[in-house]
Design a protein around this ligand. Structure first.
Ligand code: GDP
Length: 324
């Protein structure tokens, strides 16, 4: 039975209403499961929060709520977030405006998942994930799945994949090359996820379910059930859930992220979000307004020509810049 919101709001106005605090671990339309000392309270939003943005409360938020009978509650305050990962909302109609869609709050890292083959890796999409995480100041772990399918001649690892992995490692990202089939890299991945709250980003088909099942029996299955509820491939994040890991830590899956547009990243900030470009940014001839495109004396482009910045990453930068 749904609580009577008007009655709750009247109650909330009273000065001495008892208040509890907890973390939102599950969000469905209009309903938030809040974890407090091993208990779950199913909350709705107090009316003053309902009037705000649609992402007023997301998974990972620390909230204060007024408990009411029957294990229910009303969220009255969201405590300041130390970070939030956002994307530009997919626009259902050409006339509609895009808005910021917050995927999760207060996370320790983004786990960006991309497959080595079948489907072939989309490095530009990975770079989008990385740039969004840089913008939010959240560290990223890159997980390249299906490494068993990326074998070169004589069973050697595919050069294209190992080169890309090296490139990202050189930039400073942690990279796990994994296979749910051979078990490769699972121990490394487990260590990287342990004790942290990670947001999983990755298109459907890259092997997230298989990977999660390989890490913890049935975890992929549980996550997938959420995807089915949400509708795979649909442009929605109406259902978000945090799953705890047996070995410590938790993951937040993000079903329905078929597209991943950058939110509020201005063209001039963009190069700052490519860590390997940062040392060169102030050294261009047009120091203050070089867009690292065709300007003469551009230090970033020179670094690409000198082999200090990967041409592929530079192309990603140009592509993202043009998307703005
Ligand atoms: P999800 O949509 O990201 O959850 O991807 P799934 O885990 O459902 O995997 C998609 C397909 O890739 C399935 O047919 C899996 O059997 C296959 N797959 C997943 N992981 C691996 C892997 O490490 N190696 C190989 N060869 N196939 C895999």
């Amino acid at each position: 039975m749904k609580p009577n919101l008007t009655v709750i709001d009247d109650y909330v106005q009273k000065e001495h209403a008892p208040m509890e605090q907890g973390v939102v671990y599950k969000k469905t339309v209009g309903s938030y499961a809040v974890h407090t000392d091993g208990r779950t309270t199913i909350c709705t939003l107090a009316s003053r929060l309902r009037e705000k943005h649609i992402d007023t409360v997301v998974v990972g938020d620390l909230v204060r709520y007024i408990p009411i009978s029957g294990g229910a509650g009303s969220i009255v305050e969201v405590l300041p977030r130390h970070n939030q990962l956002s994307r530009r909302s997919a626009v259902p109609m050409p006339t509609a405006h895009a808005f910021e869609q917050v995927i999760a709050a207060n996370v320790d890292q983004v786990a960006a998942v991309i497959s080595a083959a079948n489907p072939p890796p989309k490095w530009n999409l990975l770079d989008r994930y990385l740039v969004s995480a840089e913008w939010a100041n959240i560290p990223t772990l890159i997980c390249i799945t299906k490494s068993d399918l990326a074998q070169g001649k004589g069973g050697q690892p595919d050069e294209h994949i190992s080169q890309a992995a090296e490139e990202y490692t050189r930039i400073g990202y942690r990279v796990a090359l994994t296979s749910a089939v051979t078990g490769r890299g699972l121990e490394t991945l487990r260590q990287e996820l342990q004790g942290r709250v990670s947001v999983l980003l990755g298109k459907s088909g890259v092997g997230k379910t298989s990977l999660l099942n390989a890490l913890q029996p049935d975890l992929g299955l549980r996550v997938n059930q959420v995807s089915q509820v949400t509708g795979k491939g649909k442009h929605t994040t109406t259902h978000q859930e945090l799953f705890s890991l047996d070995f410590g830590g938790a993951i937040i899956d993000t079903p329905g992220l078929r597209e991943f547009g950058l939110w509020e990243v201005d063209g001039h900030d963009l190069a700052q979000l490519f860590p390997e470009m940062r040392p060169f940014i102030g050294r261009c001839r047009f120091r203050l307004d070089c867009r690292h495109d065709e300007e003469p004396g551009c230090a970033v482009r020179q670094a690409v020509m000198d082999g200090r910045i990967s041409p592929r990453r530079y192309q990603s930068y140009m592509k993202l810049k043009d998307d703005k």
